[in-house]
Design a protein around this ligand. Structure first.
Ligand code: F6R
Length: 600
């Protein structure tokens, strides 16, 4: 989703901004721009399309030591050069980049900007025009900025520069992520630390409704009423080499291949010196206090939550509800007496989940975030955090975060069960090591999945994935993976549900992929495969060792029955990858999608 980078220092800012925006490309965007300021004035460059096009447009001869840049994922107004950021006030004095959505856009426009000719369709432009209107009244830029921010409702991360003052960047945030990066003779802003890791690994958090004045040698943080805030920086735990593709053609393939390593890393991080589970005792107490768990998540993380429900109910004997974050706020179920909310989020920044977190905190309920980004908003604002240790996930399509989420949920369930004194025969750390080897054997056989993808998905318009019980959870993820990167209309169905309507869509050669990893559904799901085959479907069965039959397309290596999603999803990820590749799709940056969805 939209990205921000800004720099104020002594070196040329163009490359810092362009390089930073390239690092944010993975988040998804449709236009981009930078503004730099030097003694000749403001220099603005914007394009609809990719950063590569922006690079070509930026004048190499303009040298400036401060500036702001933006990648835009359209919300208000189509993707176009006019709507791309940075936006300027009508006199050209103020220039802004903004992430988020201004909810009182119309009120501000009608109340303060009736006499201002707007140049774009964006909610962002009203912020910068309002700064100018208020500045014309008070003649104090900082005060005009403060007054403007105080009037905004909604989500925002903002960087503003004043053409008359090359020594400051004005910054503010509410709900949308934004960090200050600290250097020796420079400072930066970034909506994601990945944008500025080349410059620094020392960062300062900005809290909601704070404003920041960024200078070359100083950072001043204040609340809206002027109280000065002192805050200690933290060191970002990301290695700059983790965000390079290396020899891989796409990040998605690299991240699929990293899954065995991620499983081993999770074992290492969650194992104590006696080979037992090591988990924060506060998290354990929160689980023990809960009479019902509410898992809140979106997309792939929601699918991981569905698997987590099975673990927590079957192993720890606590009832679990899994909710789509964007629905929960508007249709809140009756809550139990002592609920624990578990937010699952790769990025830790998903606005839909955060909006639920804010609501349940107002109600006084405890929250645990399971995330890949410990310093993220959901992590900071929840009471407890469990880290996924998956390393940065750059491809828009989530792969290793999904398997990491499932692995951590398994560990959490077993830890709770042990603390409750429940008896069961399942050592997750040992079983995850077996999973890691099984994953490796799958990623070693890529050519098989490439060939299935070519055969089934090269030209098809739609596809179905079917499964029962635990496999049903995985086929939902399989369908999401395929549709988001290959644009094939794909659905994941419960095998038994097809004949209640959806089977009407089966035509000659419609691809139907069935997963069979659970002994108790082997017979029934194969029956569902026969039903669609009889109606012309082109069927493909992926089964688990011990359950296979002669014509199955692929047999998965055996792992513990509870952990089969970790293994069965890998072929699904590879099928989606190769389908997208063979259809000439941009695997890592699928159209219309954003990696971190920071608007509701
Ligand atoms: C799909 C995908 C999305 C995310 C969803 C939630 O491949 O990546 O469906 O899972 O947007 O994002 P997080 O996990 O960052 O909250």
């Amino acid at each position: 989703m939209c990205g921000i980078v800004g720099y104020i220092g002594n070196n040329d800012t163009k490359e810092v901004l362009l390089n930073g925006l390239e690092k944010l490309e993975y988040r998804g965007y449709d236009s981009a721009g930078i503004a730099t300021l030097n003694e000749d004035g403001m220099h603005l460059f914007k394009v609809k399309g990719r950063i590569a096009a922006l690079r070509n447009k930026v004048d190499e001869n303009v040298h400036a030591t401060m500036g702001i840049g933006h990648t835009r994922w359209a919300t208000h107004g189509e993707p176009s050069e006019d709507n791309a950021h940075p936006h300027q006030s009508n006199s050209g004095q103020f220039t802004i980049v903004h992430n988020g959505v201004i909810e009182n856009y119309y009120e501000i426009r009608d109340q303060y900007l009736a006499n201002v000719a707007l140049k774009s369709e964006t909610d962002t432009e009203i912020i910068v025009q309002l700064i100018e209107v208020l500045y014309n009244e008070c003649k104090d830029v900082k005060e005009a900025f403060r007054q403007t921010v105080a009037k905004l409702k909604g989500s925002y991360a903002i960087g503003v520069i004043d053409a008359e003052n090359p020594d400051m960047i004005y910054v503010a945030k509410n709900k949308s992520p934004l960090l200050i990066g600290l250097g020796d003779d420079f400072n930066v802003i970034a909506s994601d630390a990945m944008a500025t890791l080349k410059q620094t690994n020392r960062y300062l958090e900005i809290n909601d409704k704070e404003i920041v004045i960024l200078k070359r040698d100083r950072v001043e943080i204040q609340t809206l009423d002027g109280t000065v805030i002192e805050r200690e920086p933290f060191v970002a735990q990301i290695d700059a080499t983790d965000i390079e593709k290396g020899t891989y053609p796409y990040f998605m393939l690299k991240e699929i291949d990293e899954q065995p390593f991620v499983m081993r890393k999770i074992i290492q991080e969650y194992q104590d010196e006696h080979d037992d589970i090591k988990l924060d005792s506060d998290v354990r107490s929160a689980m023990l206090d809960a009479d019902r768990i509410y898992i809140i998540a979106a997309g792939t993380s929601y699918h991981a939550g569905l698997v987590g429900k099975q673990f927590i109910e079957k192993i720890a004997n606590i009832p679990v509800e899994v909710h789509i974050a964007s629905e929960f706020s508007y249709n809140m179920p009756l809550l139990s007496k002592s609920p624990l909310f578990v937010f699952i989020s790769q990025s830790g920044e998903t606005a839909d989940s955060r909006s639920v977190l804010v609501k349940i905190k107002e109600l006084g309920h405890p929250a645990l975030t399971i995330t890949n980004v410990p310093g993220s908003t959901l992590s900071r604002e929840a009471d407890y955090t469990l880290h996924l240790h998956a390393g940065p996930e750059i491809a828009v399509a989530s792969t290793k975060a999904y398997t990491a989420q499932i692995a951590v949920l398994a560990i959490l369930a077993v830890d709770t069960a042990k603390a409750k004194g429940l008896k069961f025969d399942f050592d997750p750390l040992r079983e995850l090591a077996i999973v890691a080897s099984a994953m490796e054997s799958l990623t070693d056989q890529k050519e098989k999945f490439e060939s299935i993808a070519k055969d089934y998905f090269e030209t098809t318009r739609n596809a179905f994935f079917i499964g029962r019980s635990g496999d049903y959870n995985v086929v939902q993820e399989a369908a999401l993976k395929l549709k988001e990167i290959s644009y094939i209309q794909a659905e994941g169905f419960a095998g038994g549900e097809l004949k209640h309507g959806t089977i009407a869509l089966i035509e000659q050669d419609t691809p139907v992929v069935a997963l069979v990893t659970q002994a108790n559904i082997n017979y029934s799901i194969r029956g569902n495969v026969q039903e669609v085959a009889a109606r012309g479907a082109k069927t493909c069965i992926i089964s688990m060792e011990g359950l296979e039959q002669e014509d199955d397309s692929f047999v998965l290596p055996h792992v513990h029955e509870l952990l089969t999603p970790l293994v069965s999803v890998v072929p699904m990820q590879l099928l989606a990858y190769y389908a997208a590749l063979h259809r000439d799709c941009d695997v890592d940056k699928p159209r219309n999608l954003a990696k971190s969805v920071t608007v509701e």
